[in-house]
Ligand binder design. Structure first.
Ligand code: SF4
Length: 862
């Protein structure tokens, strides 16, 4: 344990660390900031706790505070310490396996049992050593300029590693079935006539199937040694976007370049490599040009499965050409993995499955973690995994989106006509069973159309049984129908055929693969979660929405070893507890909200006065939906901003609650007698986010950045909360010396999903109306404040950054609202100071302007 990190400031701040306490050497590449140490301490403690204490951690660490490095350093240090322990003693698992051994006799002497345990342990350690040696030798040979595959072969021959088996898949000659079929090019679109009914298989096909399954067994045996090398605990790091995952791997690379050593867990190996594996979808990792050109996730998935089945993907057939050492030799990202796949002509997507057990730290997009089918496909095991979900402020929305399904009349109509076209074209080539199933599907989709037409009423909830029984639909066996769709790959075949037709005829809709969408809806319909609801929305649309994400998420929470939700803006944290873990006692959830790394005087937060009498020139700001067209308030806002723009240097980012409000504001200022738009534009050139898509090079954001960073002239960017610019964009330094929130961005309560959610909460608390109203309000406040925290968090991006935040609506003073602000923002609210309390509105404004002027003057001097 190092004392290197026990700094004077930590002792001064009364943190009461003792020599034996939680200050550990987390192998951070730099001297960590105090708040980074606190975060790493919390994470390490969570991992070290036994499960009864706490298994879930919710951590907030603002952007720019080195959150990713803190996550990596604390979890990797714990992981290695834990592995070292597991490999240095006869662990419980070995004892358990000994006790379960069928030949085991209680009468066996203790020394026999101990010797057996030692053997197992030694074999494990030895396998881990071989793995390290193998990676290191590969690295040396690469740096000596030898061919990697030669090394691979020599390692394989001399060491009989097993880990790096060159499994030559035997190619089964399936000429027989090819001969039996037509050579017509349309064959690619025809449903497999044997997909549903096994009884129709010929003897020779059954023999081939048996042979294939034997080969599969053989291949599975070949992987046994790889399976034995399962890491005791693995870190699964999930984030929402590709760029966030890229950032994670670049931080790992930084650790490698800094020669940061996490403690080796294998004696006598002094330097143990970080074994990192980036997982991705087929869309990201497929290297077969025939498949990648499809450019659609569902089509790519199905096309891949199709090619594998017919042994037509050369990259899958050559899967073991890719040496695992090439992946673990250094930190690689998805693009590198693609490169390696191309170099060795081997599929990186499927290769990942083979070596996943060896990885210590794995990254993957949210969707792959949240979908059980994707987890199975990638061989992801939750047990013994530390799951880190980063940028988790989006987690609830993502779970809802993954589980949502929707159909509308026009999609259904297109799908029905496509199916009819398909049936007419191929009916002679389809067997009776497939023809009947297609007719049943068409019949049901017709019934669904009629049901929508007859019953549509916006926001009306629908009982799924009413749909399933409509016009004799209850006679349909939906289980069989779904099995038929899946087994025959109908959505893929249909879509491929339609796309082919579209090429020549240009008349059939080629947009989203509709039958994929519709079969997802059918699955929800036949297997709805009790927490889900069907309802009418939009224009003749039928939607399925999950109301309580906790049940779906439960399988992850319960099966993993530890779960960490982390993000730059996790407030209001209670929302996660209520929505994702309502069945977990709150004291079993560890929460921690980090302060920012900036010093206290790098940020000032101002809130509109909570109560005051409107004066003749100024309305108090309260941009409720009903008051957004109050022209006096819009005029007051224009004057207020003019005064602010005069004292804030460089760039200012302003957030409005909606596109509609932004448009109203701009229209009003352009027409108002005070010429506000002209005056504001003179002080800072105005750029405004538009609802319609613009070219990237032509976007308001690009122009704004150019003006500030290249022309070095002041500008103001008007954006919309929840729009394109409120998340994922850094407005650091001069790009945002101030962030101004105009109003509170509540969701539109008349939107269908909001109506249904509100009804759900009211029903949930139907025996206590007052509580139901409070909970509904709380639900809407949470959505609003999550968006506010995201938007204001754009301004401070690193330790030396400085900025002012203005919350222009008196409702921000409401304790329910204020308490949902991120901790680091809340603690810097200047206007909570008693000196502001008793001022008139004019005096209050003057004080804010003066304070702002002083703040930036001071910063200029520093
Ligand atoms: S096996 Fe791999 S390379 Fe081949 S189609 Fe599937 S994902 Fe693409």
């Amino acid at each position: 344990m190092s004392k290197k990190f026990k700094t004077k400031s930590m002792i001064d701040k009364g943190l009461n660390y003792t020599d034996n306490d939680s200050i550990k050497n987390y192998n951070h590449p730099y001297e960590p900031y105090h708040i980074q140490m606190l975060l790493m301490d919390h994470i390490y403690k969570l991992l070290d706790n036994d499960e009864q204490h706490s298994k879930i951690g919710i951590f907030e660490s603002p952007t720019g505070t080195g959150k990713t490095l803190s996550l990596i350093c604390s979890t990797m240090t714990w992981l290695r310490n834990n592995k070292k322990k597991a490999l240095s003693s006869s662990t419980e698992s070995i004892t358990a396996s000994l006790n379960n051994h069928p030949d085991d006799e209680d009468t066996e002497p203790e020394w026999v049992k101990q010797s057996y345990k030692d053997d197992i342990l030694n074999e494990k350690i030895n396998n881990f050593k071989i793995l390290e040696d193998s990676i290191n030798k590969f690295e040396k040979t690469i740096s000596n300029g030898h061919s990697s595959s030669a090394v691979f072969n020599s390692l394989n021959e001399t060491q009989n590693l097993g880990i790096v088996k060159k499994r030559k898949l035997q190619h089964i000659d399936i000429q027989i079935s090819k001969d039996e079929s037509d050579t017509n090019e349309d064959n690619q679109f025809i449903l497999d006539n044997n997909a549903v009914e096994d009884t129709s298989k010929t003897k020779i096909q059954l023999e081939i199937q048996t042979l294939l399954s034997k080969l599969d067994d053989k291949n599975n045996n070949n992987n046994n040694i790889t399976n034995n090398l399962q890491q005791p605990i693995q870190i699964l790091y999930a984030s929402r976007t590709h760029s966030q995952l890229q950032q994670f791997s670049s931080q790992l690379t930084l650790l490698e370049h800094n020669k940061t050593k996490f403690p080796s867990s294998i004696f006598p190996v002094s330097k143990e490599k970080i074994k990192y594996l980036p997982l991705g979808s087929r869309k990201q990792l497929c290297i077969n040009p025939k498949v990648t050109k499809l450019n659609n996730t569902e089509l790519i998935n199905e096309a891949c499965k199709n090619l594998i089945q017919s042994h037509d993907c050369v990259y899958y057939e050559n899967i073991d050409n890719l040496p695992m050492e090439a992946i673990f030799n250094e930190i690689i990202d998805i693009e590198d993995l693609n490169e390696l796949g191309r170099k060795y002509k081997s599929c990186p997507y499927y290769f990942n499955r083979h070596i996943i057990n060896l990885a210590e730290i794995i990254t993957l997009p949210y969707q792959l973690l949240l979908m059980e089918s994707a987890r199975e496909s990638l061989n992801i095991h939750l047990k013994n995994s530390i799951i880190i979900i980063d940028e988790a402020h989006n987690l609830i929305d993502t779970i809802m989106a993954v589980n949502k399904s929707v159909v509308n009349l026009s999609d259904l109509a297109i799908c029905i006509s496509s199916l009819k076209l398909y049936l007419a074209k191929f009916k002679k080539k389809l067997n009776a069973s497939n023809r009947v199933n297609l007719l049943i599907l068409i019949k049901f989709l017709n019934n669904l159309c009629k049901f929508i037409v007859k019953n549509f009423k916006i926001n009306k909830q629908v009982n799924p049984n009413d749909i399933l029984q409509y016009e004799n639909s209850d006679k349909i066996n939906f289980h069989d129908l779904l099995a038929f769709i899946k087994a025959t790959k109908l959505p893929y075949k249909l879509q491929s055929y339609i796309m082919e037709q579209d090429k020549s005829q240009q008349q059939i809709n080629k947009g989203t693969p509709l039958l994929f969408k519709i079969s997802k809806f059918l699955q929800s319909l036949t297997n709805p979660s009790v927490e889900g609801v069907f309802y009418f929305s939009g224009e003749n649309q039928l939607e399925y929405m999950l109301l309580e994400p906790s049940e779906i998420f439960k399988s992850i929470t319960e099966n993993c070893f530890k779960l960490i939700l982390c993000g730059g803006t996790m407030e209001p944290m209670n929302e996660f507890k209520e929505k994702l873990f309502p069945y977990v006692p709150p004291e079993k959830i560890m929460t921690f909200s980090c302060d920012h790394v900036i010093s206290d005087n790098n940020l000032q937060v101002f809130i509109e006065k909570d109560s005051a009498v409107n004066d003749i020139n100024r309305s108090i700001f309260e941009f409720t939906f009903g008051k957004r067209n109050d022209f006096k308030m819009l005029e007051s806002l224009g004057t207020y901003l003019l005064n602010l723009f005069k004292v804030i240097p460089d760039g200012v980012v302003l957030f409005c609650p909606s596109y509609q409000f932004l448009q109203t504001l701009m229209d009003f200022w352009q027409k108002c007698p005070n010429d506000h738009f002209f005056k504001l534009n003179q002080l800072k050139k105005i750029y405004s986010e538009s609802f319609t898509k613009t070219n990237t090079s032509d976007s308001p954001l690009n122009k704004y950045q150019e003006r500030i960073l290249i022309d070095r002239k002041p500008a103001a960017l008007f954006a919309v909360v929840g729009g394109k610019l409120s998340e994922g964009i850094n407005f650091q330094d001069n790009l945002a010396r101030a962030v101004i929130m105009i109003g509170l961005p509540y969701p539109n309560i008349f939107q269908s999903d909001m109506v249904i959610q509100r009804e759900h909460i009211m029903n949930k608390y139907s025996d206590n109306k007052k509580l139901a109203i409070t909970e509904t309000k709380n639900y809407l406040d949470n959505i609003c404040m999550r968006a506010v925290n995201q938007s204001v968090g754009r301004s401070i991006r690193h330790v030396n950054d400085y900025s002012c935040i203005y919350l222009l609506d008196k409702r921000y003073n409401n304790p329910n609202i204020k308490n949902k602000l991120s901790g680091w923002v809340k603690k810097r609210i200047v206007t909570d100071n008693y000196q502001y309390k008793n001022l008139s509105l004019q005096e209050y404004d003057d004080k804010i302007i003066n304070s702002t002027r002083k703040f930036f003057f001071q910063k200029k001097l520093e």
